[in-house]
Design a protein around this ligand. Structure first.
Ligand SMILES: Cc1cn([C@H]2C[C@H](O)[C@@H](COP(=O)(O)OP(=O)(O)OP(=O)(O)O)O2)c(=O)[nH]c1=O
Length: 189
């Protein structure tokens, strides 16, 4: 029986990255309660969140599901999406001039096998002036993004350098994921 891929995510970035890789896939989103998952360790946290998202999505035996979660960690703080303008400003002040980690946890669930993993990318920020932070936050770009910035949008101007997979920062470690999906008979067309 042919296997088909299902993306369990409402993120337009994750959809674009699977398209970039050349996959045919469906999208099925969940209303997972992410607040039930608590961990101070970002790698554990993103893996558990990917698992919780997957638990909310039903699949058939020929479907392979992919869910994911992304957070930023810096100096013992785990930073998700900002709740408001002030939190976005404070997050970017904290990250200014420093190197933080972006963790994406991914769950792959097939009929008789599953896998959870997380990948880390280090991102170094420029020294940011308060006026630049406020101008960026007021574009509205930070609010649907972990760590209050988008490296693929105007947040690009905050970044001095990165070590690791760029696409992991955007929401999916796509090259690694393609390799893992081969084990589930899912290949790009
Ligand atoms: C750091 C960073 C994060 N992000 C995004 C990736 C994720 O979509 C988002 C973190 O939120 P997530 O909770 O990981 O995902 P989501 O709510 O967007 O989608 P879903 O739960 O339905 O899969 O932040 C960027 O787009 N660019 C960046 O530079």
């Amino acid at each position: 029986m042919d296997k088909s891929l299902v993306l369990g995510s409402a993120s337009p970035r994750r959809k674009s990255l699977l398209e970039l890789a050349g996959f045919q896939f469906g999208i099925r989103t969940s209303e997972a309660d992410e607040s039930v998952v608590k961990s101070k360790d970002p790698e554990t946290l993103v893996q558990k969140l990917a698992e919780v998202k997957a638990e909310q999505i039903a699949t058939t035996e020929n479907e392979v599901l992919v869910t994911a979660d992304t957070v930023v960690s810096f100096a013992g703080n785990v930073l998700g999406k900002p709740e408001n303008r002030m939190e976005a400003i404070e997050t970017l002040q904290l990250l200014s001039g420093n190197t933080h980690a972006v963790h994406t946890g991914v769950m792959i669930r097939g009929y008789n096998q599953s896998k959870i993993f997380s990948i880390k990318t280090d991102v170094e920020f420029m020294e940011l002036a308060e006026t630049d932070i406020i101008r960026y936050v007021d574009t509205g770009d930070p609010f649907d993004k972990a760590g209050s910035y988008g490296i693929q949008t105007k947040g690009a101007l905050l970044v001095k350098g990165i070590r690791g997979d760029y696409y992991n920062v955007v929401g999916l470690p796509i090259a690694y994921l393609v390799k893992e999906l081969e084990k589930y008979d899912i290949t790009p067309s």
